[in-house]
Design a protein around this ligand. Sequence first.
Ligand code: CTP
Ligand code: MG
Length: 179
Amino acid sequence: MINILITVIKAIWFILPAYFANASPVVLGGGTPIDGGKKLPDGQRILGDGKTIRGFIGGLMVGASIGVLQDVSPEIAEMVGGKTLGILHGNWTLGFLLALGALLGDLAASFIKRRAKLRRGQPAPVLDQLDFVFGALLLGSLIMIPSWEIIVAILIVTPSIHLGLNFGAYKLGYKSEPY
Ligand code: CTP
Ligand code: MG
């Protein structure tokens, strides 16, 4: 039981830059959409109004900053098993890649949703909750691939954390849908 808890904490610590990169655009985003309002021949937007330049840059800055903070706090990193995770000095690049991957994964999901004729904000279960994790793990793997236990823990705990945060953001008026 305690081992499961430790694995979950390590997993959240590992993926934290991606969480921040994915959540902060809800607050920081808005303005010009990345696709410039353009549509593809299928008549649908490339990405949609939910993916903005400000959200992307803001998310990258916040997410990467979390990676830097993780990097300069080896005490905390050690507490949650930093050595085994490789998150000690000199690994802020991992945080940057996790944040960038999260944002790109989120863009990819919106691209797929638009091709499936889902409008901005319409739910795509599983994809909405895990798109950014897939992107983060993919880009992060350029530097390190976490153990399979960590990956499984990330995939299991992320959807509920994501849904919980989105519900909070909806209640606070940042999102128009509670999911
Ligand atoms: N956001 C942003 N820029 C990004 C990503 C997100 O501005 N690159 C903001 C938008 O305000 C968006 C909100 O964060 O509405 C929540 O993101 P998400 O749920 O991924 O977007 P949706 O509006 O649901 O759009 P989609 O259907 O494309 O997922
Ligand atoms: Mg969405």
